[in-house]
Unconditional design. Sequence first.
Length: 396
Amino acid sequence: MNWPSVGYVSLEDFDGQPEHIARLLVDAPPPVAALATVRWTDARVATLRSEAAHRHASDAPTDAADDGTTDTTAIPGHGLPDPVVVHAEVVVRNDEVLDTADGLWRRWNHARVTLRFDDAVIDPPDVDAGAVLAGDAHIARGELDHVTGADAWELRLLVSPVGEVAIRFRDAQVSVRSVDESDYDVLGDRPTRGWHGPVPDGWVEWATEGVRAAAYGDLGGLHLADDASDVDDVDPRWGFAPLHAAAWFDRPEMLEELLRRGATLALVDSEGRTPLTLAVDRDARRALRVLIAAGADLEARDSDGTTPVVRAAWGGHAEVVRALAAAGADVRARGSRGATLLIAAVDSADVDTVRAVLALDVDRAAEDDEGSTAADRAGLLRDGAITALLAADATD
């Protein structure tokens, strides 16, 4: 739900949820009802910390902003048997449009919402407060609801690009006060977590929402994109589905989330490449580990008839060759034009890749479709290091 603006309640703003909001405002304890009246166009978390539930159970809420400090201590993992007290401050801004004699005029209202949640549990339990407090993190959406069957409430936040963060609590203390616009802007000046970089390919900005979120590793953006798209939708302009973009830009967390949502491992892009093939081409090793663990087909051939491990050797990606071989890839498979794994490695002119292949059970003397061996191909290279490496291997 979107929350009504600071200072007033506007039930008509809730798409299909007036009864839900009315129940919150009538039936919920006053602090929870107050929390339901906070609306924003955008919000940033200013402070976030937790402490053992028994330490200051009777303390009044404190305002960390008064001493100018920002607590960035990571919230420790905990579960239902060990609830904590969560302290948070969120600076929200609301886009207000006024109809004046001179036409529509837009202004921003800013407020600091100070929160204390007692007997609280964070989900996921290992959420990194540093990620939530990063300069490029913002709250895109929020929901507040009663936990069925328990005397508790749950505040669910969609934090872009971190993803969904939920706080389940039994009691809350809430205060809201107006602040200057600079209080919001300064939070964006904090160090970023690198969510949006590096992305050298400008086409991403013109991709569909799902593909763009996957490329950036923006889990929060993916949640929003899900409202209007399927997890396997292929961008008609660029030929990528979200899983392809996540593999291309080496976003392991995004891959795990897409796979959890049912993304198809074998889905090919417009050029016939699977996510595994794209990870191989980009030397995206973190993505590779996720795809292998998920059961990606290690023998899926591309449009030229080349398997991932041969493709990795041609690209000079020694560590990828090792990872695929260790996962059970067929190291005697041939690629296009009959190239063996060793021939492909030699063609890459990368000594480490050749060394990685020589450590495997490969046929050193095998010929490709043109009758060339790996040694023949090495003789065409300007640098003699690979020729020497092959010769030394032959004498072992």
